[in-house]
Design a protein around this ligand. Structure first.
Ligand code: SAM
Length: 168
């Protein structure tokens, strides 16, 4: 099987040390965090201060294994295909968060809307570009059938999930 290797370009600092109490998506998080870009990559931040929002791509370093069917945190009622949900237990444990830029200061970027654990290894930063990324007409699959209050909170905890998987 083909593999690819990536450079870890930095570390995401966040207030969260427990996956169970970490927000499930950045849009529901007011938490601030700091992106510490590793020595050697800071020059790549040039121009980033002109953007209000950035995508963070990162390695979910505290997951163990994956499953092609998972119950999404936002709807524990049934399992769905891993590529139709945003769960962290993926074949490639890569996460993506759209966060607001507070300030770019040397080799660090302060952001708001963090939904990852402290110490998460950073793989990439990309600017959010309205002209590239915004779409007017969208369908959001199973999420459209949920009310916003339901998708904001976990319908079960990772601990519940572990117990569920162990009993399956
Ligand atoms: C549902 S995922 C969504 C993250 C991201 N916005 C995405 O769509 O890829 C967010 C959850 O992943 C878990 N998580 C966050 N950082 C993690 C890490 N470094 N390793 C393992 N799990 C992590 C936490 O339980 C958090 O609530």
């Amino acid at each position: 099987m083909e593999t690819a290797t990536y450079r870890i370009i930095g570390t995401i600092r966040s207030p969260f040390t427990d996956g169970d109490t970490t927000p499930i998506q950045s849009i529901f998080s007011e938490a601030e965090g700091t992106i510490e870009v590793a020595p050697g990559y800071a020059d790549g931040l040039e121009g980033l201060d002109g953007f209000s929002h950035i995508y963070l791509l990162y390695h979910f370093h505290r997951v163990n294994g994956f499953s092609l069917r998972q119950r999404p945190f936002a709807d524990g009622s049934r399992e769905r295909g891993i590529f139709a949900i945003r769960h962290c237990n993926r074949p490639n444990p890569i996460g993506i968060s759209l966060v607001e830029v507070i300030a770019v200061e040397g080799s660090t970027v302060r952001v708001r809307g963090i939904d990852v654990l402290d110490g998460t290894p950073l793989l990439d930063i990309k600017p959010y570009v309205r002209q590239f990324d915004h779409r007017d007409e969208v369908r959001s699959g199973w999420v459209d059938a949920r009310r916003i209050a339901e998708v904001k909170v976990r319908s079960f905890s990772p601990k519940d999930l572990r117990e569920y998987e162990e009993s399956a």
